[in-house]
Structures are given as C-alpha cells and as structure tokens.
Design a protein around this ligand. Structure first.
Ligand SMILES: Cc1ncc(COP(=O)(O)O)c(C=O)c1O
Length: 349
C-alpha cells in the first residue's frame, strides 16, 4: 500500500460506483439552502450554534459530546495527532492498530504522523478478529481503528466486541469506531460512550446524506475525551457551506429514508447476481457489496471502466484476492452495473 493517498482518476460522465458515494446526489433542500447564502455569510467566519444544536439533537448526544469536522478524514487525522502527542514514557513510537482489510486512511495518516502501524490480519470470513486485536494491544498502543460496517467488506462489528477491545485498550489507548456507513444498517457504538470514555465514534455525512464534496463529519465521545481533539482541530475547519448544507440535509429525513431504501434494494440485487454466478459475497451493512469474482476481477473492472461504469478491484487488499467492491446506490444504477457485468461474464464464457 502507498504511504500517500492515491487520488482516483477522473471519471468524466461515467457512473461512479467505486467510492461509495451517494449516487442520487444530495437533497434538493441542500441546494436551496446553499443558494440562500449571502455575501456576508461567506465573508464572515461561520457561527456554529445552530448546526451544533441540530446535529447533536439528530445524533442523540449532548453538544458537549460532539465535534464537527471537515470530513471524517479530518477526524481520523485529529485522533491520530492526539494519539501521537501521548508518547509512551520510554520514548518509543506510538502504535496504531489497523484491522484488515481496512480503509486506507488509517495507516496512511498514522504513518504520515510518525506512528507505527500494527496490522491485524483478517479471518477468512471477515468477522471481527477479536482475539487478534486484543493480543495486538501493548503498552505502546495509542489508537485502535475499528470500522463498522467495515470498508471494503460491509461486515458489522458487535458492540460486545468493541467493548472488549476498549476495555483491553484502557488506559493507554483510544478506540476510534468509524461509523461512516452507519445510516445503511443503524448499528452504533454510541450507547457505549457513557461507560467507555476511551471510545470515540466517527461519522460522516458524505455517504447517506450525500455531502462528500462539502466535507462534513463528526466525532462523538465524552466531553473530556473530546477536549484534546477540539484543541488540535482548527477553529473554523467546518466551512459555512458545509454547516448550512448539513442543517438542510438533517432536516430532510424523507430523502434519507428513500435513499437508504434504494441502497437496501440495490444490495439485494448484487447478492442475487453473486448467487446466480456462484460468487462468494458478504452480506453488507453499508452502501456497497464485496463479491469474490475470482481471477477475472481485473479484466471485469477494466471492461466496466471502458463502458463508463466505475467499480473497485479490491484484489490487493488482505484476504480479498479476486474481489470487487460495487457501490450500491440507486437501483437503476445498480441494474446498469449488473447488466454490464452479466454481459462481460457471458462474453468471457
Ligand atoms: C470507513 C471510512 N471512513 C471515513 C471515510 C471518509 O469520510 P469523509 O468523506 O467524511 O472524510 C470513508 C470514505 O470513504 C470511509 O470509507
């Protein structure tokens, strides 16, 4: 894996099913709210009172337990910086536990900040390798990344497992539970926050709420745990357009419910496609499905790109040989993707 983020190649007018974005676009209410921004809304530093009040109410937490960030990537960076600042007393390098296959930014960010990445290899079925994670924790561990549902597998982690890791990580390390895809299954570690102050839950509004380009995410924890994270986060890191857009998106529950329903239907279509072809797949709690199509994964992804449909070959990820990951957004897009995959497989026979 590269030590810097590899920006995806431009896709032009193609169908983007490779970055788990919202394939329907944001709520029209977001566009209306952005159109109402005035010149001084943009020339003044933003006021966050309303967005904090409304986001905290939406997330079901007190405002003191919320830190809004410039995308969850920034939340990962802030958690990493805070972890790096807590150097082990013997001067050794802080360790970051990454459970594979994993979202690339954990290891990229930890390495970029000078941390040591401890890789935990997956189980063949991608269920959470609790024993391996617990055994990887040392006195030097400062941050454990847990993703639920996981990217790229879509597999969910139980709160019992999260709790067990958080207890083992105490008192030296924090656990960042990345819930970027929470809206597509409803699971959350939020109820653990009161009893486990070393847990920080991360969310993004890039996916289900469709605000990826505006950059808005959230960290949730106890007020004390968030204190050092707040201290390292730039005071106006959430720009005014993101703040306004978030309020409008959170107010449009109907749009969210409709999109989540589209995602659920789309997942079923990809499962059915996988079953038809005898491909192994993992039931997903997210807006994508990982399917093992075998050695044809590269040619399949290449063929789709040539006809303007972009999906991901995840073959290089640990445990994912021969796997593709397809974003499951609106049903019409998923059908187009499946039709193109069927065509390729039929021609390949
Ligand atoms: C697991 C996971 N965490 C975090 C992010 C980044 O979220 P954001 O766009 O809010 O920075 C992503 C984006 O794909 C992701 O898959």
């Amino acid at each position: 894996m590269s030590n810097t983020y590899q920006r995806p190649a431009p896709t032009g007018d193609g169908l983007r099913l490779h970055l788990n974005e919202n394939t329907a676009g944001c709520s029209p209410r977001v566009l209306e709210a952005l159109a109402r921004l005035s010149g001084t809304d943009i020339s003044f530093y933003p006021d966050y009172d309303a967005v904090y009040r409304e986001a905290a109410a939406y997330l079901g937490i007190p405002e003191s337990g919320l830190l809004l960030v410039n995308g969850l990537d920034e939340g990962i960076l802030m958690a990493t910086i805070v972890a790096m600042l807590r150097r082990p007393v013997d001067g050794s390098t802080p360790e970051f536990i990454v459970v594979h296959p994993a979202f690339d930014m954990y290891a990229i960010t930890a390495r970029a900040c000078g941390g040591a990445v401890v890789d935990v290899q997956p189980r063949p079925d991608f269920t959470f390798p609790l024993d391996r994670v617990r055994s990887a924790i040392t006195a030097r561990t400062r941050l454990v990344f847990i993703t639920s549902p996981n990217n790229p597998t879509g597999v969910r982690v139980t709160n019992d497992d999260i709790l067990s890791v958080a207890q083992a990580a105490r008192p030296g390390a924090q656990v960042l539970v990345d819930e970027a895809y929470h809206d597509f299954c409803g699971d959350t570690a939020r109820p653990l926050l009161d009893s486990c102050p070393n847990i920080v839950v991360g969310r993004t509004f890039a996916k289900a709420h469709g605000l990826a380009a505006l950059r808005v995410g959230a960290l949730m924890s106890t007020s004390d745990t968030l204190e050092p994270l707040r201290a390292v986060t730039p005071p106006f890191s959430l720009n005014v357009a993101a703040a306004v857009a978030l309020r409008a998106a959170l107010a449009d529950g109907e749009r969210l419910a409709w999109y989540v329903d589209q995602v659920k239907q789309s997942r079923e279509l990809v499962y059915a496609f996988s079953v038809r072809h005898g491909f192994e797949f993992w039931p997903s709690g997210a807006n994508f499905v990982l399917t093992r199509v075998g050695p044809q994964s590269g040619p399949l992804v290449g063929h789709l790109a040539r006809v303007g449909i972009h999906i991901r070959d995840k073959s290089a990820d640990p445990g994912c040989a021969g796997c593709i990951r397809v974003t499951t957004g609106i049903v019409e897009h998923t059908r187009r993707c499946i039709d193109a995959m069927e065509e390729f497989l039929c021609d390949a026979r």
